[in-house]
Design a binder for this molecule. Structure first.
Ligand code: MTE
Length: 361
C-alpha cells in the first residue's frame, strides 16, 4: 500500500509524495509518449481513496432540473451508453503553487505542488450529456453537481461534507465525459473507479472522482468548492473573491529534475511540455540565459484544446556553474505566460515562467 489516502504504489523515482497527494516527477516523463502512464499519473485527494466495487455501485441522477423522478444507473447501464474515447489533460488549479513562495516571495496556503499536478490521459466513458438525457433532463436545468463517495472533507474544524462541485449545464452538455477507463484500462481506485467526470480544459476539481450522485437543478448551485475554495481571494480581488475558477491558465514544464546536471562543452536535447485551458498551445520559447534571449522550441504535437504539446530544443552550455532553464508558452487565444503571476491567498493559477535550476558540470 502507498501513503495514507492513496492505494497505488508510489515509487520514489516516479512521484514526489505529500500525504494524501502524489505529484508526478517530471523527469520520469522523459521518453514516455503523449499520455502519462497511469503508474506515474498524479493523485489529488481531499481525503482518501475509497475502494468501490463496480458491481455494487449505483449512480443516482436527481433534482428539479429533471422532468421526473430520480433515475439510477448501474455500471453496466453506464457502459451500455455509446462509448467515447477522448484525450485530455487533467490538472489541479493549484499546480505550480510552491513557486509563489520560492520564486516571488508571496505567502499562500495549500498543497505546495511544483509542476507535477498535471497529466494527460486517454479517457473512455459515456458522454455526460447522454447520461443526463437518459435521466430526463429538462430545459429548465441550469447547473449539475456531481458528488464523490470519498469520505467527507474536514479542515480547520469545519466539516465541508462530500466533495461536490457545480458545473453549468452548458459545459456539462459540451465535452464532459463520465469516464470509466483511463489509458485503455478500467479506472484505478485512486483515479475514480468506478466512474469519474472528465471536464476538459477546466480546473481539476470539476472532474469529480467516485461519483455517487448528480444533482440537476433548475437554479444555480453552490458548494464550498465554488464558494470557499477554487476562487481567487486576496488584495487584487473583490471581497467575495473572483468568479469560480473554470479554465486552466497556460503553463510549461521541463522533463528534468530540479538540480539536474548537464556536461559543459556538449550538446543536450532539452524536452518538455506546455498546455493551456484556453485552447491548444501554438508556440513555446526557451531561454537558458535568465531571459536575456529566447529561441523557439520545436513542437512535436499539433495544438489541440484540452491537450498538451511536447517540445524540444538544443542546448550547448559552455561554462560550468549554476543555470536556470525557462520555458514560455503561448496558446491559440494569444495568452502568453508572464514573468510574474498575480498572487492570491490560496495560491491558484500560478502561470508565470518557472526558473528551473540545473547545474552545468
Ligand atoms: N473528486 C473527489 N470525489 N474527491 C477529490 O478529492 N479531487 C479533485 C478531482 N476530483 C477530488 C475529486 C482534484 S482537486 C483534482 S486535481 C483531480 O480530482 C485529481 O484527479 P486524479 O487524482 O485522478 O489525478
Amino acid at each position: 500500500a502507498g501513503k495514507p489516502g492513496i492505494v497505488k504504489p508510489l515509487p520514489a523515482e516516479l512521484f514526489t509524495v505529500r500525504d494524501t497527494n502524489a505529484e508526478t516527477n517530471w523527469a520520469a516523463l522523459r521518453g514516455t509518449g503523449y499520455h502519462t502512464p497511469v503508474d506515474r499519473f498524479f493523485v489529488r485527494n481531499h481525503t482518501s481513496t475509497p475502494v468501490l466495487d463496480p458491481a455494487r455501485w449505483r449512480l443516482t441522477v436527481w433534482g428539479g432540473g429533471l422532468r421526473g423522478r430520480p433515475v439510477e444507473f448501474s455500471y453496466d447501464d453506464l457502459r451500455s451508453l455509446p462509448a467515447v474515447t477522448s484525450s485530455a489533460c487533467l490538472e489541479c488549479a493549484g499546480n505550480g503553487r510552491s513557486y509563489y513562495g520560492s520564486q516571488q516571495g508571496d505567502r499562500v496556503t495549500g498543497t505546495p505542488w511544483t509542476l507535477g499536478a498535471v497529466g494527460a490521459a486517454r479517457w473512455r466513458g459515456a458522454r455526460l450529456s447522454d447520461v443526463l438525457r437518459a435521466a430526463g433532463l429538462s430545459r429548465r436545468a441550469v447547473d449539475v453537481m456531481p458528488r464523490g463517495l470519498d469520505p467527507a472533507y474536514t479542515a480547520g474544524g469545519t466539516d465541508y461534507g462530500h466533495v461536490r462541485r457545480p458545473l453549468p449545464v452548458a459545459k456539462a452538455l459540451d465535452d464532459v465525459l463520465l469516464a470509466y477507463e483511463m489509458n485503455g484500462r478500467p479506472l484505478l481506485p485512486d483515479h475514480g473507479c468506478p466512474a469519474r467526470l472528465v471536464v476538459p480544459s477546466w480546473v481539476g476539481i470539476a472532474s469529480v472522482k467516485w461519483v455517487g450522485d448528480i444533482e440537476v437543478s433548475d437554479r444555480p448551485l453552490f458548494s464550498p468548492w465554488n464558494t470557499v475554495f477554487y476562487r481567487l481571494f486576496g488584495s487584487a480581488y473583490p471581497p467575495g473573491g473572483s468568479a469560480p475558477l473554470t479554465r486552466q491558465p497556460v503553463r510549461s514544464a521541463f522533463e528534468a529534475a530540479p538540480g539536474a546536471a548537464f556536461a559543459a562543452g556538449r550538446g543536450h536535447r532539452l524536452t518538455g511540455r506546455s498546455w493551456s485551458g484556453g485552447g491548444g498551445v501554438r508556440r513555446v520559447e526557451v531561454s537558458t540565459d535568465d531571459g536575456a534571449s529566447w529561441r523557439e522550441a520545436r513542437l512535436h504535437d499539433a495544438p489541440r484544446p484540452g491537450g498538451w504539446v511536447r517540445w524540444s530544443t538544443h542546448w550547448h552550455p559552455r561554462e560550468p556553474g549554476p543555470a536556470r532553464l525557462m520555458a514560455r508558452a503561448t496558446d491559440t487565444s494569444g495568452a502568453t505566460q508572464p514573468l510574474r503571476s498575480v498572487p492570491n491567498d490560496q495560491g491558484f493559477f500560478f502561470d508565470a515562467v518557472v526558473r528551473h535550476p540545473v547545474r552545468v558540470v
